[in-house]
Design a protein around this ligand. Structure first.
Ligand code: FES
Ligand code: FES
Length: 201
């Protein structure tokens, strides 16, 4: 339940707008909390989240859409936040890695990564987890990937090849991907079990 709007009209000194720079006041719902903030029109969603809202879980790896470290969910779809202008996200629901858990209860994807020892460094893991959450929804919705062989029945067999292809936009500079695929399978199974029980997460 959201009861209070966080209003930020004065950027912190580190992100202060130079005189004469066009700014826009935007509203974002971030992790269930509404925010209104004035941003330099050139501000990326990633910078708005990290520098204005202190949500530093999303990382700036490349700032060019190439590594996935900045992945968040925008209106439920995984998004490279470094490629999105904050002004273009006006009115959107944004979920960052900080917003996935329900209090002390980890999101099923977080729990699966923990159980499978699939957590990597703090730089790439938040993006991998947000990307997995979005990817699982895409697969459940029947969205094909480059390696989907049968696109006629609307159902995705989320095998290892599908998982690797669908998460290929999230890079680890160390090449330590060993346990992510089994963690994703566990998370998918956990979701299916929850869905059978009538849960929504
Ligand atoms: S920081 Fe956005 S894709 Fe690398
Ligand atoms: S970049 Fe995170 S473990 Fe390699």
């Amino acid at each position: 339940m959201v009861s209070q709007v966080s209003v930020e009209t004065s950027p912190p000194s580190a992100g202060a707008n130079p005189p004469g720079v066009p700014t826009t006041t935007i509203t974002l719902d971030v992790n269930g909390s509404p925010h209104r903030l004035e941003v330099d029109n050139r501000t990326s969603l990633l910078d708005a989240l990290r520098e204005r809202l202190d949500l530093t879980g999303s990382k700036k790896g490349c700032d060019h859409g190439q590594c996935g470290a900045c992945t968040v969910l925008v209106d439920g779809r995984r998004t490279n936040s470094c490629l999105v202008l904050a002004v273009s996200a006006e009115g959107s629901d944004v979920t960052t890695v900080e917003g996935l858990a329900d209090g002390d209860a980890l999101h099923p994807v977080q729990q699966a990564f923990l159980d499978r020892d699939a957590y990597q460094c703090g730089y790439c893991t938040p993006g991998q987890i947000c990307s997995t959450v979005g990817m699982l929804e895409e697969a459940r919705a029947g969205m094909p990937s480059h390696v989907t062989t049968d696109i006629t029945n609307g159902e995705i067999d989320l095998d290892d090849e599908e998982v690797r292809e669908r998460l290929s936009g999230n890079l680890c500079r160390c090449g330590a991907y060993m346990n992510i695929v089994p963690a994703v399978h566990d998370a998918a199974c956990a979701h299916d079990a929850d869905a059978t029980d009538g849960a929504t997460r």
